[in-house]
Design a protein. Structure first.
Length: 253
């Protein structure tokens, strides 16, 4: 069997050339990294859970008219996505203070923000993804002012969608990160939500207990990451409710 061409290997995913032009196969690894890969581990089942959860969120977004790169899930660990040019920004939306915002501004974690706050970081591992302003983004040509309007609107629509979905299953969406891709239709470019949406890229807290159900469990050594992600998948109906937390993830097809 011919080997697939690997396009890129990141910390949590591998991208392969897709079967049709303009498509890519996105493979979710079990590798967990934090603090710019200074902390690393392999977490059994994480790739399977993130593949399925990202499918769930991206499918919902496509259905409500928020364009994403997602085409279809191929198997337990792989999904077919549209090839796109990634805008070199991490787009972060925050509803409650946490993580780097709490550190930077001295706001206690969990404090509700007056309104959702959108931040941009320049995607560069060597620099540790520094926070940048729209001035930097425009001056260095990473995205045009028109792109930034579209990116802000996409980010806030994703926030509304995800917040509501999570609220419905007793989870608070504290913050999340998305990445944006450019696709070209002839001479026109469109911006779409790309990469992944999963507990690796969101902060998710149980509304009742405040228990963390996201990658902070790994970053801060708070217990089993698979249990936390399984809990999110179970509440959202992505995995059967009867599965015990210690069981390996089973998918509902
Ligand atoms: P913070 O800036 O507080 O570290 O992160 C804010 C939010 O963006 C969190 O939900 C965090 O998981 C997500 N985030 C920020 N940077 C990255 C990154 O490089 N990778 C991933 N997966 N998520 C990130």
């Amino acid at each position: 069997m011919a080997r697939r061409k690997k396009i890129y290997e990141g910390k949590a995913k591998i991208l392969y050339e897709g079967p049709e032009p303009g498509t890519i196969v996105q493979y979710f690894k079990d590798d967990a990294t934090a603090f710019n890969a200074q902390k690393k581990d392999v977490v059994d089942g994480k790739g399977v859970l993130n593949n399925r959860l990202s499918e769930f969120f991206m499918t919902g977004l496509n259905e409500i008219g928020v364009p994403t790169h997602f085409i279809k899930r191929l198997n337990m660990r792989e999904q077919l996505v549209k090839a796109c040019e990634i805008v070199p920004l991490e787009v972060i939306v925050r509803n409650f203070a946490a993580g780097s915002m709490s550190q930077r501004l001295g706001i206690e974690e969990g404090t509700r923000l007056p309104r959702p706050i959108v931040e941009y970081c320049y995607k560069d591992d060597k620099l540790g993804d520094p926070l940048v302003t729209e001035e930097h983004i425009a001056a260095f040509g990473w995205a045009s002012p028109q792109d930034m309007d579209d990116i802000l609107s996409l980010a806030l629509r994703v926030n509304d969608y995800l917040s509501g979905l999570m609220y419905g299953v007793g989870i608070k969406l504290v913050d999340f990160k998305i990445e944006i891709g450019r696709v070209y239709d002839g001479d026109f470019q469109r911006l779409i939500v790309a990469d992944e949406i999963s507990p690796d890229s969101c902060r998710l807290w149980d509304i009742e207990t405040g228990k963390k159900l996201d990658k902070d469990v790994f970053r801060r050594d708070l217990g089993s990451l698979t249990d936390a992600y399984t809990e999110v998948a179970t509440r959202l109906g992505v995995m059967p409710r009867k599965a015990t937390p210690m069981e390996k993830p089973k998918l509902i097809n």
